[in-house]
Design a protein around this ligand. Structure first.
Ligand code: FEO
Length: 410
């Protein structure tokens, strides 16, 4: 570990620079990344976030060179994804007196991931503070930046924001601070924003509102450069881009329903897309003119096709819509099939067959597993009779995945 990289009095960078090609969320980070962890050497020594699991042993050994691990009083975990919490298991095993500080949704994840069921946790909520003996930390919940349980930590005494994924860059570097960087980091900063944060831009706006009254002299994120020069200009990038409607994407949900169950699923898709700030339109293909339907498909970035199954087939005008797809150029669009059924649900499979013959990118579980390793997305989506709580979670995962794909293509 590089020695004495200091952010302020008694605040040290204790992370890891990863200059490999790093696989990350369906991407390869060709510039590598860093996993920034911070040690606050106060009367109650505190570590903020750790590093990727693959560097856990090295991280703990290096940290042990700076501090006797049993002295660590708190380990703050802002975000449970393993590129930040990955060394928690190794660290907690050595730092036996440390209390783990995180949000309520993070507790079970960390207990299960790192077998910490018997460990002491301190659960913090929005606005809570913690006296670490010489400094006060304030916690601000920032859900979905990047995942549900995420929070950011603000050190009031040094006016440093520790926002984990937020305000990060994926660049392996040994300059650490943006004012020492050899190149302008803003392009990488914006690329990171578009890929990771823009799908959640509604939450970015909520986060900006929460931090707007903080006096922030430095941003110490968990990837890439620590920002201590032109701090506000980086916050403004997030503010402006999360308001930017030019990057809007559109979803279209087409359905043909027999008893109303498929219509209900279509409505849930619409709601979930809107929660992701994706403009969504819903059309009953039996009640709108074919020209209007084709125009709507042309204008959409993601199109979901749903039908009930009756006598082993689709119902109403859905098949005519699917046949007409060959008249459109669907390149760069996403498509998926769904439907409610009672017995075998053949209609859903037939829709999928049609989609597979077009040039849109048809989403299905097999391809998703093969390309991403994600096993919790069921597509085509088959729902027996009416949707249940489990189905809502499935739809949520599908929409989040689709949203990520749409904005990955920015
Ligand atoms: Fe850097 Fe959401 O992990």
């Amino acid at each position: 570990m590089e020695q004495n990289i200091m952010l302020g009095k008694n605040i040290f960078w204790v992370g890891k620079v990863d200059d490999r090609d790093v696989p990350f969320h369906r991407l390869t980070l060709t510039k590598g990344t860093t996993y920034n962890s911070y040690l606050l050497m106060t009367e109650k020594p505190t570590v903020i976030d750790t590093v990727d699991m693959s560097f856990g042993r090295e991280f703990v050994q290096n940290l042990n060179n700076k501090i006797e691990l049993n002295r660590i009083k708190y380990i703050v975990i802002n975000h449970t994804e393993p590129d930040h919490s990955g060394a928690l298991g190794s660290l907690a095993a050595k730092a036996k007196n440390a209390v783990i500080v995180c949000t309520e949704p993070a507790v079970n994840e960390l207990k299960e991931m790192y077998r910490l069921h018997n460990r002491e946790f301190l659960v913090v909520s929005d606005g809570d503070t913690l006296d670490i003996g010489g400094k006060i930390l304030k916690f601000i919940q920032t859900p979905y930046l990047h995942t549900e349980e995420t929070m950011i930590t603000y050190c009031e005494d040094n006016k440093i924001l520790f926002p984990c994924d937020i305000f990060s860059t994926h660049v392996a570097n040994y300059e650490y601070f943006n004012d020492l960087a050899q190149v302008d980091i803003k392009e990488d900063f914006i690329t990171y924003y578009k890929l990771i944060m823009h799908p959640h831009r509604r939450y970015v706006q909520e986060m900006i509102e929460k931090i707007k009254d903080l006096d922030i002299k430095m941003i110490a994120p968990s990837h890439g450069f620590i920002i201590r020069d032109e701090v506000q200009s980086f916050i403004d990038i997030y503010d402006n881009m999360s308001k930017n409607t030019e990057l809007d994407k559109k979803a279209l949900i087409l359905y043909s329903t027999m008893t109303g169950n498929t219509k209900k699923i279509a409505g849930i898709f619409k709601e979930k897309f809107e929660e992701q700030n994706i403009t969504s339109n819903i059309i009953d293909v039996n009640k709108d003119a074919m020209d209007n339907i084709m125009n709507a498909i042309n204008e959409a970035d993601a199109i979901f096709f749903g039908s009930s199954t009756k006598y082993g087939d689709m119902i109403g005008n859905m098949e005519e819509v699917l046949k007409n797809l060959k008249t459109l150029n669907l390149e760069n669009k996403l498509g998926a099939a769904f439907g409610s059924y009672g017995w075998s649900g053949e209609a859903i499979e037939v829709i999928q067959d049609y989609l597979n013959k077009t040039n849109l990118r048809s989403l299905n579980t097999s391809d998703i597993i093969k390309s991403t390793g994600m096993t919790d997305i069921e597509l085509p989506l088959r729902i027996r009779f009416s949707s249940k709580e489990d189905n809502l979670k499935s739809i949520d995962r599908i929409v989040t995945y689709t949203s990520d794909l749409l904005f990955s293509a920015i």
